[in-house]
Design a protein around this ligand. Structure first.
Ligand SMILES: [Zn+2]
Ligand SMILES: [Zn+2]
Length: 421
């Protein structure tokens, strides 16, 4: 019998971790950290044969440096991006040291998409494109003959950076699926509409001689935003002003440029035709940013909680300037305060009055509800489904949708659930 043990990512977004246990061995699918609490899954690293990582976001790989695993499998770009994620965490929380990062990195073995790897006679797996961020993978594994698809974070739409998530799998016995936007209320505007809104907001500010501050997540969101800005400027649909960047998105963008083969083929074509799709990366410095000229500042962190973005917030004293939030803002973050219309904020010692406009245009690397529904209809019908990686309402809603759509038993585990399959 194969057992699934759920250590995290249950009715929550954060610390995704599933243990797959068979007579012959134990493996983990993801080993993430909870971004708001810093909590990590409790696992016995000495008894785990291998960890398979879906992608380089904190909630999927952030707990690895806390443990000493024998082997960590991921795709090539994921390894490079994980290094950035771990470094960011070290700088922010100091929960582990540089040696722990080195140690974790020494256990990493990289694979390409569709390359099969056996962990022992009874466990083998392959990575498939998940369409979420560079190198992101769905994990298709066979354990004692059971075929399991762990989707990881998926986007079934084509994005500027990536092709859509793969759906052409062989048989699936058990589907473990994410549910970030799992409720029928989570229907998002088309990407083109969002891009247009973003460009209109920026154009308005630039025409008034103001500056635009865009907080972003370093991996995925930052590159999508840079591609959009540069695309509209190249085509003459947005006035050319300097785009300054700051924070670990600079390193992450360099990784994107190093793996153009893994990106949307349009990007590779542009590079081969001498166009840098992300534009020239200009590091922000005070002389450039705090002068009179209009500009755009793209910086981490995405929820305005730590990172170099904090020092640019004083620009919001000036009503000409604008801040554009591009993603989900968790409770307790400065990003959420700004989203809710705070009249002043206090990132450092002094309070900053907010006179500039704050808008939110949510660009997600996840498919919305309709996209998730299309995904489960496209893949081969599983015997049972397990819903993870969503807040309780989203996870329960999506389980109901799967039941109605596919008529298969569907589970929404909580932390500590053990399911035989
Ligand atoms: Zn992710
Ligand atoms: Zn995630």
């Amino acid at each position: 019998m194969v057992l699934l043990k759920f250590h995290g990512g249950c009715q929550q977004i954060g610390m995704s971790c599933v243990e797959v246990e068979s007579q012959r061995g134990k493996i983990l699918l993801d080993c993430g950290l909870s971004p708001d609490t810093g909590e990590i899954p409790k696992v016995d690293d000495k008894n785990i044969d291998a960890v398979i990582i879906s992608h380089a976001h904190l909630d999927h790989c952030g707990a690895l440096p806390f443990y000493k695993f024998k082997k960590i499998y991921c795709t090539h770009p994921t390894a490079d991006l994980m290094f950035i994620t771990w470094r960011d965490t070290l700088n922010l929380k100091k929960a582990f040291g540089e040696e722990d990062i080195q140690n974790a990195m020494s256990s990493v073995e990289c694979l390409n998409y569709y390359e099969e790897r056996s962990i022992n006679d009874n466990i083998k797996f392959k990575f498939y494109n998940a369409g979420h961020i560079l190198g992101s993978a769905s994990i298709y594994l066979e354990v004692d003959g059971k075929k399991i698809l762990y989707t990881g974070d998926i986007n079934e739409n084509v994005s500027r950076t990536l092709l859509s998530a793969d759906t052409d799998f062989d048989e699936i016995d058990v589907l473990i699926v994410e549910s970030t936007y799992g409720s029928p209320l989570d229907v998002k505007p088309a990407r083109k509409t969002l891009e247009r809104q973003l460009i209109d907001e920026i154009a308005e500010t630039i025409e008034n001689g103001g500056k635009v501050i865009i907080p972003v997540f370093a991996i995925g969101r930052a590159q999508e935003i840079l591609l959009i800005l540069n695309n509209y400027m190249r085509s003459g649909n947005l006035t050319e002003v300097p785009i300054y960047t700051d924070g670990s998105l600079i390193h992450a963008t360099a990784v994107y440029m190093s793996y153009t083969n893994w990106l949307n083929p349009k990007i590779k074509n542009m590079v081969e035709n001498g166009i840098n799709p992300f534009g020239e990366i200009k590091k922000a410095d005070d002389n450039l940013v705090f002068n009179k000229d209009p500009c755009i500042i793209v910086s981490t962190s995405g929820m305005v909680q730590g990172g170099p973005i904090l020092k640019y917030l004083k620009l919001l004293k000036d009503p000409k300037n604008k801040l554009i939030l591009t993603g989900y803002q968790a409770e307790g973050t400065i990003g959420r305060e700004l989203e809710e219309g705070a009249e002043e904020i206090q990132p450092f010692k002094n309070k900053i009055p907010i006179n500039g406009k704050v808008v939110k245009i949510e660009f997600s690397a996840h498919g919305d509800y309709n996209s998730l529904v299309r995904y489960i209809k496209k893949i081969p019908k599983p015997e049972k489904a397990i819903v993870m990686h969503g807040e309780r309402y989203q996870a329960l809603s999506f389980a109901m949708t799967i039941w109605k759509t596919l008529k298969i038993p569907t589970f929404v585990p909580v932390k500590g659930t053990v399911l035989p399959i």
